[in-house]
Design a protein around this ligand. Sequence first.
Ligand SMILES: C[S@@+](CC[C@H](N)C(=O)[O-])C[C@H]1O[C@@H](n2cnc3c(N)ncnc32)[C@H](O)[C@@H]1O
Length: 254
Amino acid sequence: MDKIYNHSSEFMPELPDKCVSLMVTSPPYNIDIRYGNEWKNGRVTKSKGKKYADRLEEEEYRKMLFNVFNETKRVLKDDGQLWLNIKNRCVDGNIIPPFWVMDYFNDMFLKNIIIWNFDWGGSTNKRFSSRYEYVFFFTKDDKKYTFNLDDVKIPALNYRPDRYKNQLKNPTDVWKISLVSGNSLERTEHPAQYPEELIERIVKVGTNKGDLVLDPFMGSGTTAVVAKRLERQYVGYEIEKEFIDISEKRLADV
Ligand SMILES: C[S@@+](CC[C@H](N)C(=O)[O-])C[C@H]1O[C@@H](n2cnc3c(N)ncnc32)[C@H](O)[C@@H]1O
């Protein structure tokens, strides 16, 4: 497959039913990120206005997500799985958690809510600075799904040869993985890029070589880059052509 389509993922006519093994994505947050600006050396040099506004009316935003996830469920295999990275919104200094998104998946099985913890970000002095996002992990079938735990185990801190068979352990549901920093090698001009390391763990645990991975909000192509490197197939959707150009450049280097 290995293709990123330049239109909304509310409809995925290119994909037959039940062809995708795993979906992983971070949807637009509807917090007015100015997608579509021109950037140079990490700074916006020209605002092209809202080619795509990340601030839809809330009802319109949720309807868009509903359409995308409905379509995702159609293309997901019966033993398929879905990983969704989303964070709290902060409006006028108050936190709005994103648990409403779980309503879209009442017909699926919630296996984990991962806390993705990182070291830096914005700071405040009226509450504790926020240093995590969520990753929801749902499966279509309760029992039948891929989970290659051995491929993602991490070194145990207090290895005791007399107690444990080996020194690798389950990474648990709290993952400490750095955000993509300004001078990181994987940094692109996309304003909301997630780190390859985060997606690598998900693709490794949830798929096998040759499986098809979908990202309906492909952005700068992180999901595709990781899938390609791990010898999985990828397919994605992105409404901004300039982000597809970034993805293609990154993919050419894999
Ligand atoms: C949070 S970003 C994803 C970033 C990506 N994870 C990365 O690492 O670069 C969300 C992306 O979804 C795109 N987008 C918004 N609405 C869309 C839609 N209906 N269909 C496809 N893409 C959409 C935006 O242009 C934006 O690039």
